[in-house]
Design a protein around this ligand. Structure first.
Ligand SMILES: O=C(CSC(=O)[C@H](Cc1ccccc1)CC(F)(F)F)c1ccccc1
Ligand SMILES: [Zn+2]
Length: 154
């Protein structure tokens, strides 16, 4: 279980650095982040939130009381992500953040996005995401840019 940085801690306001080495320590960090996210009952977590200023996050959509029809997906480790295309359509939805315990805010996000990222083995993946999964990706991507929900309030 890793300590989760809370709003105001410097690392949450900094842009994270690209991942170069897909080595054992990286896999170990991802494993610890997954455990931390599960214990905190989140649907995602970004490396800066656990004090690591690198471009890595985990997204793990599952049905929850705010998004009962959210897809159940195996946790996905996303490394060096890029957002290639953003839909014109935007949707407002409720979000929370493990770094802002107890906060729930309405945030405007693109309904669908085309993304490209590396997995833990360094393989590039490219896909379109929509709905809640696209929302999680955009939320975690913001963390890599040093942005939190506070900066996103309409
Ligand atoms: O599971 C959570 C807890 S907050 C959470 O999982 C954040 C991810 C997230 C929740 C909701 C929308 C987008 C991203 C995790 C963070 F902060 F580390 F990124 C949740 C909160 C509100 C709506 C739906 C689900
Ligand atoms: Zn967050």
């Amino acid at each position: 279980m890793l300590a989760i940085a809370t709003y105001g801690e410097r690392i949450l306001g900094q842009a994270a650095q690209p991942v170069q080495l897909f080595d054992e320590p990286l896999a170990a960090l991802a494993e610890k982040m997954l455990d931390t996210m599960k214990l905190a009952q989140g649907v995602g977590i970004a490396a800066p939130q656990v004090g690591q200023g690198i471009r890595l996050f985990i997204m793990a959509s599952h049905p929850n009381d705010r998004y009962p029809d959210a897809p159940l997906m195996a946790p996905q480790v996303v490394i060096n992500p890029q957002i290639l295309q953003r839909s014109g359509k935007m949707l407002t939805g409720e979000e929370g953040c493990l770094s802002l315990p107890g906060e729930r805010v309405q945030i405007l996000r693109h309904e669908s996005i085309e993304v490209r990222y590396q997995d833990l083995s360094g393989e590039w993946q490219q896909e379109w995401l929509q709905g809640f999964v696209a929302r999680i990706f955009q939320h975690e991507y913001d963390h890599l840019e040093g942005l939190t929900l506070v900066e996103r309030l309409e």
